[in-house]
Design a protein around this ligand. Structure first.
Ligand code: PGA
Length: 271
């Protein structure tokens, strides 16, 4: 199981470091990989806070070139330099508010893979597309173009996040049956493109108004390998609660290492 905390454009560096420390102390020894995606300004400091521990670091975006005249952009090399292991690519806010196309997402995924950053490619339909019966076509197109540069040799480092646009930041979560259908489609597409063995190594996450209140229901969805969390990940405790629930979720119930998670009072102390 994989949990990505997407902080979007929130938190000063001091606030970001304090929350990262709390998260680090709350989510020890869980069979869940926890990844924090702060703003670019906090990456370097949080990279130092997390170094050597199990909680990992993601950027919310990445440019496709290594260096050059690209004002405002940050390259995969620069992200690696500050300790990033992951990069979110093609988030619907990037697509909708900054005009990013499927082709741009494809370039970014290629650059991330080439620089050993693990890409988290976001796909998902708008409400209009869902109502118009276009969900599957849209998601397939986003996968086709977003993963154009991935090969059977590199695709095992990918993550795909299914994030229906109408569920992001709205408090409206997709129904388990809708998630299962979309995840099934994505899995079949990955099987067809990279072969079942490689496909199995690619986690498929759900994102869109995930919270401690609905994680139990979501965690029961077959084919769910984790979640991408926005609003509920801004504070450490709700995020840790989501992690705890997923640590015990049926999809994750195979015998594994201990799932002990330190609980509240003591664990709020930062280290
Ligand atoms: P949300 O955001 O959890 O606030 O809906 C999810 C996302 O944008 O990835």
């Amino acid at each position: 199981m994989l949990v990505i905390a997407n902080w979007k454009m929130h938190k000063t560096v001091v606030e970001a470091v304090a929350t990262a420390r709390q998260i680090r102390s709350l989510v020890r020894r869980v069979p869940v990989t926890v990844v924090i995606a702060p703003s670019f300004t906090a990456l370097e400091r949080i990279g130092r806070v997390l170094r050597g521990g199990p909680v990992q670091l993601a950027a919310q975006d990445v440019h496709w070139e290594s260096w050059g005249a690209f004002t405002g952009a940050v390259s995969p090399l620069q992200l690696r330099d500050v300790g990033c292991q992951w990069a979110i690519i093609g988030h619907s806010e990037r697509r909708r508010l900054f005009g990013e196309s499927d082709a741009v997402a494809g370039l970014k995924v290629g650059a991330a893979l080439a620089h050993r950053l693990r890409p988290i490619l976001c796909v998902g339909e708008t409400l209009e597309e869902r109502v118009g019966g276009d969900t599957l076509r849209v998601v397939e197109r986003q996968l086709e173009r977003g993963l154009v540069a991935a090969t059977a040799a590199t695709a095992g480092r990918m993550v795909v996040a299914y994030e229906p646009v109408w569920a992001i930041g709205t408090g409206e979560t997709a129904e388990p049956a809708q998630i299962q259908e979309a995840h099934g489609l994505i899995r079949r597409w990955l099987d067809g493109r990279f072969g079942a063995a490689t496909s199995r190594r690619i986690p498929i996450l759900y994102g869109g108004s995930v919270s401690p209140e609905n994680i139990q229901r979501l965690g029961a969805v077959a084919e769910l390998n984790g979640v991408l969390v926005g609003g509920a990940a801004l504070a450490a405790e709700p995020l840790a609660e989501i992690v705890r629930v997923l640590a015990g979720a049926p999809a994750n119930a195979k015998p594994k290492r201990k799932t002990a998670v330190r609980r509240t009072a003591k664990s709020n102390r930062s280290h």
